[in-house]
Every structure is written in C-alpha cells, then in structure tokens.
Ligand binder design. Structure first.
Ligand SMILES: Nc1ncnc2c1ncn2[C@@H]1O[C@H](COP(=O)(O)OP(=O)(O)OP(=O)(O)O)[C@@H](O)[C@H]1O
Ligand SMILES: [Mg+2]
Length: 268
C-alpha cells in the first residue's frame, strides 16, 4: 500500500502530464479507446501512429478542445479533466493545430497579439500600426517588445505587417509556434508542426525546439516523418486504433514487433 503511494508521488514529480484511460467516440467511431501515458517534464516526446490512429483527437482531449467521454488528464499534478483551452493555457499547457489557425485579414503581428486575448486593453490593438507606441502603458509596451523578440527568434519579424493569409505553409507553422510561446507555457503539444515546411525551415524549427527544451520547456510532438521522430525524441509513444500500442526509446520502438506490424498492416 505505502509502496503504491511512493511510486505515484515519484511519478508525479517527473511527469508533467499524465493521461489515463482517455476515451472519445464520434458516433460509431471510437477515436480514442482507453489511452494512457505519462510525459516526463523537460522531455521531447514523439507521438506517432498511422492516419486515424487518434493522435489529434488525443491532443484535443488533453487541451480541452473536445470533452473526453471517459478518462482523466493530470497536468502538473492537478486534475485538469474537463477544463477548456483558455483555462489550460493559463495553467501552462498550450497546443498548435495540424491545420494552422491563423486568421487571414489580420497581420502577423495582430495574430501574435491574439495570444494575449483577454489581457489587453483596446489601446494595444489600436497601436499595432507601425511606429505608433506613444499611447501604450508600460505593461503593454513590454508585451509588444516580447512579441517582436519572438518574431525575431523565429525569423518572421520581416513579415510582421503582412496579412497572415499571404504566408507560406512553413511560415504559418512558425507563426503558430511563436504565438503559442507567447502564452508562457510549460508544455507545448505540437500537431505536425513540420508538415509543409521546407527543409531549411524544418531545421530551424527543430533547432528552436531543442533550444527551448534546454530552457526547460516540455514538448509532445505529432509527426509522420520517422527520421524527425527517431533523431530528435528521447521517448516515442505509438498509437494505433485509438490505443497506446507502445512507449519507449526510439531504439525500443523500432525493434517492437507490434509497432512494425501495425505500420506494415496499416496505411502509415
Ligand atoms: N470531429 C470529428 N468528428 C468525427 N470523427 C472524427 C473527428 N475527429 C476525428 N475523427 C475520427 O477519429 C479517428 C481518429 O482521428 P484523428 O484525427 O485523431 O487521427 P490522427 O491520428 O490525428 O490521424 P492523422 O495522422 O491523419 O492526422 C478517425 O477515424 C477520424 O476520422
Ligand atoms: Mg492528426
């Protein structure tokens, strides 16, 4: 009995996120079918599996986009099951989407400011026009400086006043990740951040992820490119038909018969 308590608290300390027995049905489809796993704080973990395995739905359940039919989500030791996306962002859990959700008709800079939804006065919104900073209060000026620093970090600052609709697929992914970072997260869930990104940008994105990770951020990454997963993640979780098939190091996963079977049998 006391052993169990010790085990649980030890895990709670190293795992920033734990999900247990997550379930989600859409009509007759069981998209997520009792998925359980833990994510170690400060790790870069890959979540892989054939199309339709339930990866994006799992992200949606963790980040409160969809409500789970069953199961629990524990983040930083607290039960956050059923909380909405904004509440989770407030607790340090943020995600990016497989299909970028930047708003066209708004500039890159305005899209970035959406990260501060609810925290900003009208004045900042009025003064995103280049050169107009005079009427900003100190706190807003600091936020705006952070926005510019983040745009520079991802090398999209030259696009700040461009309509987000004019960005390339890769630039949109950078914008999404930049905006997610502005929310001061502890953990980022990235759903195929490299899809449609050219090799130069992909390398840049991976470098940034490693840099941020060394600063203490935790990443969970959905990605179909096996080289990216195997070369960058220290832990890999494999989903298949809504369930967790396997979890281990890249070497363990590559040698796992069940994983090989699921991929060869599936449509990868
Ligand atoms: N909003 C929804 N309504 C109905 N069915 C859905 C919905 N979202 C997902 N599904 C179904 O749930 C299953 C899991 O989908 P999900 O998008 O989670 O898979 P995935 O692993 O992210 O796949 P991919 O690699 O193609 O992105 C699929 O059968 C999908 O069609
Ligand atoms: Mg998906």
């Amino acid at each position: 009995m006391s052993d169990t308590v010790v085990d649980e608290s030890a895990r709670a300390e190293t795992d920033i996120l734990r999900v247990s027995n997550l379930e989600k049905r859409f009509g007759g489809i069981v998209a997520v079918d009792g998925a359980s796993f833990g994510i170690e704080r400060g790790s870069l973990t890959g979540l892989i599996g054939p199309n339709g395995a339930g990866k994006s739905t799992t992200f949606n359940l963790i980040t409160g986009v969809h409500r789970a039919d069953a199961g629990r989500v524990i983040f930083q030791g607290e039960d956050v099951t059923g909380l909405g996306p904004q509440q989770l962002v407030g607790r340090g859990l943020v995600r990016t989407f497989q299909i970028s959700r930047e708003l066209s008709g708004m500039t890159v800079l305005e899209n970035m400011l959406l990260a501060f939804q609810g925290q900003l006065g009208e004045s900042l919104w009025r003064t995103v026009t280049p050169g107009v900073r005079g009427s900003l209060v100190e706190q807003e000026r600091e936020l705006l400086d952070r926005v510019w620093e983040t745009l520079e970090l991802f090398e999209i600052d030259h696009l700040a006043h461009e309509d987000a609709a004019n960005l390339s697929g890769g630039q949109r992914k950078l914008l999404e990740l930049s905006r997610a970072l502005l929310t001061d997260p502890d953990m980022l869930l990235l759903d195929e951040p490299m899809a449609g990104v050219n090799p130069t940008l992909e390398k840049k994105l991976l470098d940034r992820i490693h840099e941020l990770r060394s600063q203490g951020y935790t990443f969970l990454l959905v990605e179909h490119d096996m080289d990216v997963i195997m070369n960058n993640c220290e832990t890999v979780i494999v989903m298949h038909q809504g369930q967790v098939l396997s979890q281990g190091t890249p070497e363990e996963i590559q040698g796992d018969e069940r994983v090989i079977e699921a991929y060869l049998g599936g449509e990868v």
